[in-house]
Design a protein around this ligand. Structure first.
Ligand code: NI
Length: 258
């Protein structure tokens, strides 16, 4: 079955049909979902979804763009949520320099704190890194991010950069962008990343694959991503689904429903 390693079903884009959609996932071949945290308010919503659906898991973490709201008190609360048995990762955490908001110093501070938190609570991390490759790598090295392990979600850097994250035994989340005609750099990176290190993800409701580009995304479109990865790795879509399921089960320590 397909292991969806990154989605945001707490997002308001799913307000009208969230339950119908989540209910329909197993019959459509989706055996597990990790719903990533974004801002502080997302985490309670995610926990509710994980209680309702046995195959939905959560990640607790604050997205770099939302770290401006973090305080010591809120961070202590976040840490407590990691004890929840359905929380399987700390994320998404990282650096996003696209809008420069909040200031990179604030983003870096909370990236470090959340990396160390993951090591303390013994969970892998889900890393969001946009236009910040070198700082991401430096902070990960300085703070021994190889101890928690994790995934670089929506990987968008070069093959050379992939080689650096591979040295730390990280996984790579590959999503809808791989289906785009003009994604040359990403296709080259995927060619270089061993299949043992690839995870499938959508980042729903964002980044829908071709032929749904620009529409609301959902885990139901994952077969298009598997096919695109398969074309690069000279494998069938089914083989990609099987291998990436094993990878995700190994990283997050939970299994797809049968
Ligand atoms: Ni995300």
């Amino acid at each position: 079955m397909i292991f969806e390693t990154h989605a945001h079903y707490d997002d308001k884009a799913f307000e009208k049909d969230r339950d119908d959609l989540l209910k329909s996932l197993p019959e459509n071949g989706i055996g597990a979902v990790v719903n990533a945290g974004s801002d502080l308010s997302s985490i309670g919503k995610i926990q509710k979804l994980t209680k309702k659906y046995p195959y939905v898991y959560g990640a607790a973490g604050i997205h770099p763009c939302d770290t401006g709201d973090l305080t010591e008190e809120r961070f202590a609360w976040l840490k407590k949520q990691c004890d929840d048995e359905k929380i399987v990762a700390v994320g998404e955490i990282g650096l996003d320099y696209h809008w420069n908001d909040p200031h990179p110093d604030i983003q870096k501070k909370w990236f470090v704190r959340q990396l160390l938190l993951a090591q303390e609570v013994r969970l892998p991390v889900i890393i969001h890194s946009r236009e910040a490759a070198n700082d991401t790598l430096t902070i990960m090295r300085e703070n021994h991010a190889e101890k928690s392990g994790g995934v670089i979600h929506c990987f968008s850097y070069s093959a050379e950069m992939a080689a650096e994250f591979l040295k730390m035994d990280y996984y790579f989340g590959i999503g809808g962008v791989i289906t785009f005609e003009n994604a040359k750099k990403l296709k080259e990176a995927v060619r270089c990343i061993p299949i043992e290190r690839i995870l499938l993800e959508t980042d729903s409701p964002y980044l829908a694959p071709s032929p749904y580009r620009g529409k609301r995304n959902s885990s139901l479109y994952l077969p298009y991503i598997a096919e695109a990865v398969g074309r690069i790795k000279e494998m069938t879509g089914e083989e990609v689904i099987r291998r990436t399921q094993e990878n995700a089960e190994r990283l997050f320590g939970v299994a797809c429903v049968r």
